[in-house]
Design a binder for this molecule. Structure first.
Ligand SMILES: [Zn+2]
Length: 188
């Protein structure tokens, strides 16, 4: 789903956009080469230092972090624990970024990356996740439950019960499938 869905508040939107660099529904991926990865990160304020080179291994790690974040956002639907494989990928990325508890002027202790380059930029994304966990916005960032979509969206519903990136697109698709299923069941 590449249509409009609600942006996340503040800098958490960067995490949502990162997960959505893969558009499963459209079959497009913005992170197809190390150069494309550096360009994407460079368009955010995540890339610091002079070490902006990236290789195939950097790209593979970035894609692994993206998909681990997607699994983590899927777990936000039921308040489920983060799957072990995703946890391992994210903790490895945090280690490479040398994510360090840093006392901030207004927001208490927050994770901040000490590494630069792509590792540091991925750590910056994980720091944004930590900030969102601290300010309470994190549980509302989810991926669409439609398996052929999985688009990251911010759930603004009062009950925090949103399932789809868009009620008009994936919500309706699910309703139509349920309707066809019931009709098939009622056919003798
Ligand atoms: Zn969707």
């Amino acid at each position: 789903m590449s249509g409009a869905s609600t942006p996340a508040p503040g800098r958490l939107e960067t995490v949502r956009r990162f997960v959505n660099t893969l558009d499963i529904d459209a079959g497009t991926d913005a992170l197809t080469s190390p150069g494309a990865l550096v360009a994407w990160l460079g368009a955010t304020d995540l890339l610091s230092g002079d070490n902006h080179g990236a290789g195939r291994d950097d790209l593979a790690r970035a894609v692994a972090v993206r998909e681990a974040l997607r699994q983590t956002l899927a777990a936000n639907h039921g308040g489920d624990p983060i799957p072990a494989a995703a946890l391992a990928v994210l903790n490895d990325a945090a280690g490479r970024a040398r994510l360090t508890a840093t006392l901030t002027a207004r927001d208490g202790w927050r994770p901040r990356p000490a590494a630069d380059g792509v590792d540091g930029a991925l750590g910056g994304l994980l720091a944004l996740v930590g900030d969102a966990m601290a300010d309470g916005t994190w549980p509302r960032l989810k991926v669409c439950v439609n398996d052929t979509c999985q688009w990251a969206f911010y759930d603004e519903s009062r009950a925090r019960s949103g399932k789809w990136c868009s009620m008009q697109v994936c919500g309706n698709r699910a309703k139509q499938r349920a309707w066809r299923g019931r009709r098939a069941e009622s056919t003798p």
